[in-house]
Write a protein that binds this ligand. Structure first.
Ligand SMILES: *Cc1c(COP(=O)(O)O)cnc(C)c1O
Length: 402
């Protein structure tokens, strides 16, 4: 059957890939849980999980079986027909998210595009001719034209003008700036923010999650939609199913992707309350969104997260990692920020080179974001023993470096 073997890549072989990523010269051929393996069998501890994607670890047997069985049965029929797995996946996602309506997409950016369209429709229905959305500095919302315009990072936008300019940018956590914007722009209809800025360096607002509560009350006051980008923070990552559940509020619009499919490309935009019903027949769509296969994966991922108590595990074991890092690195000039299995170690200097040192000397896969923040996104079902393994490698890495 599948008897194709790839020839090893030769160093002088020309690549036909667009050079959109600076790739590390290593490839993994196999994964199991929190570990990745190269062709020669070398084992690496993966504290990145495909950038917060494989929350249940690599090659999870239950997910693998669901994919294999569904792939051999029926992959795709289109949204022109009823898809029982899609209905069931939406039911499950509604249960864990507290949201009412769900539209399935294929990526994070696409989910945020859906949220932006919902905000525009919300405004248009109220006679606002040029609806505006408040977004934050240092945010990341994706690489499509609308989502890169919403993103608070000049490097992401550079060279892609004209941008969608109906976004109003405020400093993350600055409530007064939002009040100020409200006075200046009568046509604001929504706010889109991340509960914790992931690409921005694992940051909550300075006042913590109470920022979200303050934003909620401003949105109520002005009849704006509160929209949360939980592409990265969702699906148990922060020790709650969605990070907003660390608070008492509920957003009107919620987006997610990454951990939703454990590596299978899926995303979702969800609504409740006054955001429900804005997108009707003909107003939005996606050929691949919510295929039979993708929907079964979503259903199985959520079901597995629940059965493994993975969200609680992320809170407990993630909390342990943060406590240990603070204790073991107490004499170093570092700041540890952590929410479940979303952990950032702020170093006193730029440290991009740590990615290669961790990989080559400690067989540890990490990421560095915002220049000087070591970012850890291990599986949310990491065991205590694996957490100790991670700590040993990481503390040695940082002790040697600082
Ligand atoms: C990764 C990410 C996105 C973009 O998701 P893609 O699937 O790459 O399009 C958007 N917002 C946040 C917060 C993210 O972390």
């Amino acid at each position: 059957m599948n008897d194709i073997t790839l020839a090893p890549i030769q160093p002088d072989q020309p690549s036909h890939l667009m050079a959109t990523y600076g790739r590390q010269a290593i490839s993994f051929v196999r994964g199991r849980g929190a570990y990745l393996y190269t062709e020669d069998g070398t084992e690496y501890l993966d504290a990145l999980t495909g950038i917060a994607v494989c929350g249940l670890g690599h090659a999870h047997p239950v997910i693998a079986e669901a994919i294999a069985e569904q792939a051999a049965t029926l992959v795709h029929t289109s949204n022109l027909f009823e898809i029982p797995w899609q209905t069931a996946a939406a039911q499950k996602l509604a249960e864990v998210s507290g949201m009412e309506e769900i539209f399935f997409s294929n990526s994070g950016a696409e989910s945020n595009e859906g949220a932006i369209k919902i905000a525009r429709k919300f405004g248009t229905q109220q006679g606002v001719s040029s609806p505006k959305i408040i977004v934050a500095e240092q945010s990341f919302h994706g690489r499509t034209l609308a989502t890169l315009s919403a993103t608070g990072n000049k490097k992401v936008q550079d060279g892609f003008a004209p941008l969608t300019n109906d976004f109003i940018r405020v400093p993350f956590g600055d409530i007064e700036a939002i009040q100020e914007a409200a006075l200046q722009h009568p046509d604001i209809v929504a706010i889109l923010i991340e509960p914790i800025q992931g690409e921005g360096g694992i940051n909550t607002a300075p006042q913590g999650f109470s920022y979200l509560e303050e934003v909620r009350s401003i949105c109520n006051q002005h009849n704006w939609l509160m929209m949360l980008d939980e592409i990265q923070t969702g699906n148990g990552r922060t020790g709650k199913y969605f990070a907003y559940q660390h608070t008492n509020i509920v957003p009107d619009v919620l987006t997610t992707a990454k951990g939703l499919g454990n590596g299978f490309p899926v995303g979702a935009v969800m609504t409740q309350g006054k955001a429900v019903g804005l997108l009707g027949p003909g107003s939005h769509g996606s050929t691949y969104g919510g295929t039979v296969l993708g929907s079964r994966v979503v259903y199985t991922v959520i079901d597995t997260i629940q059965k493994e108590n993975a969200v609680e595990n992320a809170a407990v074991v993630g909390g342990y990692i943060v406590d240990q890092l603070r204790a073991q690195l107490a004499d170093k000039n570092v700041q540890v920020r952590g929410f479940g299995m979303m952990i950032g170690i702020q170093l006193p200097k730029d440290c991009a080179e740590l990615v290669a040192i961790a990989r080559d000397q400690h067989k540890l896969i990490i990421n560095v974001t915002a220049g000087s923040v070591v970012r850890l996104l291990p599986p949310i079902n990491l065991t205590q023993a694996q957490a100790d393994d991670l700590l040993e490698r990481l503390v040695a890495l940082i002790n040697n470096y600082l």
